[in-house]
Design a protein around this ligand. Structure first.
Ligand code: ADP
Ligand code: MG
Length: 354
């Protein structure tokens, strides 16, 4: 029988800062034509060849944005890249480079940082982006990871949040609410485990939800689909904080209103069954769940025929004039409920009545 070997724990200090950087980056390759110089000098050098350059950064802090008791380091590395690529795709641009900065407490051995970088590398390979730089330092407590993503696009394809028009259709990719429920399932299992460490969780019926929480995928494919369909959205945003919050961003910045139809919200069957089990309202979860990293965009009505029937895209509503406000049109009763009033508590109350 194979015995479990104690995991090796190499002290990072034994490599030194430069040893660590070259160790971590040695297996990353450069594939983008726009990368002139990657890791190794004072700056990376990029050549966008006439395209506009887009830049976005996210900082993730242990205990605030992630919890390592159920987030494996490899997944964390992957997700840290995804949340940034998602922002680039939300501008209808192609992501081409990232930089990664980390601060580590002495609790992290080399093997832990290797795990983190294996997730980053997987993301780079799968999404065809180059790691071109970063910074490495220590922290007194915990892990911090900051990723910057760089993308490129033709000027007239870049899609902002403030350019939606009245009567445009509101479209969402994929399905909603699964990442939030994945988080709820993991939290519950963690508590069960803390009470009885011999209690092995059976997570089979939640695989999709947990994958959406631990291994989100940014919608690079949508940028290509839109390009192939010759559709340039009139506005776009990625769904990191929940559909409701992102729709409100588009409306407020574009000075329009919207109607979102409850019966159009795309839900995975695992979302529906798990909402029943947890006694949650699936509409609340879809509207406010967050971390889905789907894209929410508006298109001119004249583009509807081009997107009709595409399995990745669901028309969930349309834009109205600003004075009409932002509303959810409820299933069955066709009531118009202001989106701003759909707080978590309001819907939980509604849920206990049903
Ligand atoms: P400087 O002292 O000029 O800031 P560094 O020694 O921090 O340079 O970095 C040397 C090179 O390694 C640079 O190209 C930098 O972008 C890259 N680099 C540093 N830390 C990381 C990291 N964690 N991941 C990827 N590249 C890194
Ligand atoms: Mg530095």
């Amino acid at each position: 029988m194979l015995e479990d070997k104690a995991p090796q724990k190499t002290d990072i200090a034994s490599l030194g800062e430069f040893g660590l950087i070259s160790h971590l980056t040695q297996y990353f390759t450069i594939t983008q034509n726009s990368t002139v110089k990657g890791v190794g000098d004072d700056c990376a050098v990029l050549d966008a060849k006439g395209l506009k350059t887009l830049v976005t950064t996210d900082l993730l802090v242990e205990g605030i944005h992630f919890n390592l008791s159920y987030m494996p380091l490899k997944h964390l590395g992957y997700k840290a890249v995804m949340v940034n690529l998602s922002d680039v795709y939300a501008m209808n641009a192609e992501a081409s480079q990232i930089t990664v900065s980390i601060a580590l407490s002495n609790r992290f051995p080399l093997e832990a940082v290797e795990e983190l970088y294996s997730g980053i590398q997987l993301a780079c390979e799968k999404y065809n982006v180059d790691l071109v730089g970063g910074d490495t330092t220590s922290s007194t407590k915990g892990l911090l990871i900051s990723v910057t993503a760089i993308g490129h696009a033709e000027d007239d394809k870049i899609t902002y949040r403030n350019t939606a028009k009245e009567n445009d259709l509101l479209v969402v990719t994929g399905d909603l609410g699964a990442a939030y429920l994945g988080f709820q399932v993991l939290e519950r299992e963690k508590q069960v485990f803390e009470v009885d460490p011999n209690n092995q969780p059976d997570l089979d019926e939640y695989t999709y939800l947990i994958e959406r929480q631990l291994k989100p995928e940014a919608r690079k494919d949508i940028v290509k689909i839109l390009h192939d369909l010759e559709v340039v959205p009139t506005s776009m945003i990625d769904i990191s904080d929940g559909l409701s919050s992102e729709a409100i961003h588009i409306c407020q910045q574009s000075k329009v209103g919207c109607n979102i139809y409850e019966d159009k919200l795309p839900l995975d069957p695992q979302v529906i069954s798990t909402c029943e089990e947890f006694d949650l309202n699936s509409t609340t979860v879809a509207l406010n769940g967050g971390e889905d990293y789907e894209l929410l965009f508006t298109i001119a009505q004249s583009d509807f025929d081009k997107i009709k029937g595409n399995p990745h895209l669901t028309v969930i509503g349309h834009m109205t004039d600003e004075a009409s406000g932002m509303n959810l049109i409820t299933r069955g009763s066709n009531q118009s409920v202001p989106l701003t009033a759909q707080g978590w508590n309001a819907l939980l109350d509604q849920n206990t009545d049903s």
